[in-house]
Design a protein around this ligand. Structure first.
Ligand code: 16G
Length: 196
């Protein structure tokens, strides 16, 4: 992931963390047992927006449990962070930190896409959901997905969509996501020149 540089990386959040306090987990389309929320995720855990310092907290190593990340240097990471921050109200990269060891152990992203349709509505896209393998079975996947799903609702998205591996459809179905009849295909073209 590139050699870490000298100096301190900023803790400035990618988006205003106060929005997370407004999320109403009683509206979550799933049950948590024990009850958790973005502001009370459980002992030793914190749900918060991504910050630059997360580069050194294993954020990219975590993402590599989802797909290929490549050798992303600190400089490249910071540049991408800046680019996201320069698009206000668009990128809501949200992480779970294990505060006992300072590592980022879960993440998911809400991307808010601006539309002309539906009266210039906004649409949410659920992206890059991942929970560290060693933390599975603790409702953290549900928690991080519900956090950004409720965030999409809070930000007035008219819908939230995702694409995932076929085997994960039953899991997402338990969280209120549905295969809409006659409208549940996801198609793609992969481009040869794309970086790994
Ligand atoms: C999954 C992810 C998507 C991610 C992609 C990476 C969710 C809900 N979906 O489809 O966000 O970008 O995997 O796979 O997390 P790729 O490397 O094959 O594009």
């Amino acid at each position: 992931m590139g050699a870490p540089k000298e100096g301190i990386l900023s803790e400035e959040p990618l988006y205003d963390p106060k929005i997370l306090e407004r999320l109403d987990f009683s509206k979550a389309r799933t049950k948590f047992s024990p009850a958790v929320s973005a502001v009370q995720p459980g002992e030793g855990l914190r749900v918060r927006p991504l910050c630059r310092a997360d580069y050194r907290r294993g954020f990219l190593q975590l993402l590599s449990q989802l797909t290929s990340v490549g050798d992303v240097s600190e400089e490249q990471f910071l540049k991408r962070f800046d680019a996201m921050q320069a698009c206000p109200n668009t990128y809501y990269v949200t992480v779970i930190e294990d505060t006992t060891n300072g590592q980022v152990i879960g993440s998911s992203t809400l991307v808010v896409e601006q539309k002309f349709i539906h009266g210039c509505a906004v649409r949410g896209r659920l992206e890059d959901v991942v929970v560290n393998n060693t933390y599975r079975g603790k409702q953290l996947g549900k928690l991080i997905i519900m956090t950004v799903t409720l965030l999409a609702e809070e930000l007035n998205c008219y819908k939230m969509t995702l694409d995932c591996k076929d085997k994960l459809v039953p899991f997402y179905s338990t969280l209120g996501y549905t295969l809409e009849k006659g409208n549940s295909n996801y198609m793609m073209i992969r481009f040869d020149k794309a970086p790994s």
